[in-house]
Design a protein around this ligand. Sequence first.
Ligand SMILES: NC(=O)c1ccc[n+]([C@@H]2O[C@H](COP(=O)([O-])OP(=O)(O)OC[C@H]3O[C@@H](n4cnc5c(N)ncnc54)[C@H](O)[C@@H]3O)[C@@H](O)[C@H]2O)c1
Length: 300
Amino acid sequence: MLQLSGRTAFVTGGANGIGLGVARALLAEGCKVAIADIREDAIAAALKTLDNQDVIGVPLDVASRSGFADAADRAEGKLGPVSLLFNNAGINLFQTIDESSYDDWDWVMGVNLHGVINGVMTFAPRMKAAGQGGHIVNTASMASFLCGPAPGIYNTTKFAVRGMSESLRYSLAPHGIGVSVLCPGLVKSHIYASDEIRPAALSANAKPVDGAAVDRLAQIHQFGMEPDVIAARTIDGIRENRFHIFSHPEFRDELDTLFGEILADFRDYPEDAGFSQRTGFEKIRRESYESARRTARARA
Ligand SMILES: NC(=O)c1ccc[n+]([C@@H]2O[C@H](COP(=O)([O-])OP(=O)(O)OC[C@H]3O[C@@H](n4cnc5c(N)ncnc54)[C@H](O)[C@@H]3O)[C@@H](O)[C@H]2O)c1
């Protein structure tokens, strides 16, 4: 089982919501924590609530590759090599794809997908080189499985984060680095206020913010799960080296229904000309994927 105490953690979006809950839980486990966030006022407020000398704040826009490298240098300069990485920063845009602009795509993809990519590209080589093993948790969402008409761009990013996390899990397992994808349902958080931090350069083609809708979302998020509960379940998932961390057990039935609907889309077509050669190759691929899953689960 991975020992957490004494490790250095880097938590993006750590100034609010899930990220702040995770930072609190890690400090309680005896970790050193860098809280990286685009909201500098929120970092200052968060640090005041964490009266602990093993935590620092690092201003960061996760969409910036060079900014990520600088933030990593700062965090590691003060706290030592990072071996626990939480790519958690995220925003939401509650609208459909057909009503979205390229600016909307660039903003949401830049933070929710490229932010996670930048975290992995910055830290995975450092974690491998440090040789301490460790764990990466990428925050996706139940929206990495479940889609409605909105929020379509958000769904796109979260499906992608789930896919990249699974592939990364298999390539990092031989280095003693676990990878999990966190899939929460509704959280008591500030994500409904994402428009506050939309960059001016990507705002020209944004729809006007609907204040009444934001107020409604604020009320709905009040009934979300407490970040501290999600954080405790995340630590549990890391300890078990589980790939999916499902913080909200109430979604199990809905996934069961969805997986049934997916399988129901298969048809028993007759065998085509290349069937037996193709399935021979797929048998080898399937065995190698099964072996990768077993290896990734088997971390001591
Ligand atoms: N709120 C929900 O109901 C919910 C549900 C499922 C998944 N999630 C996911 O959980 C993660 C955390 O969100 P939350 O709900 O705690 O929201 P939150 O808004 O309370 O916290 C997110 C933090 O990320 C920061 N952030 C946003 N853009 C950033 C950027 N470009 N660079 C650095 N920091 C940035 C924000 O300033 C904020 O402090 C997100 O990835 C979100 O998609 C949230």
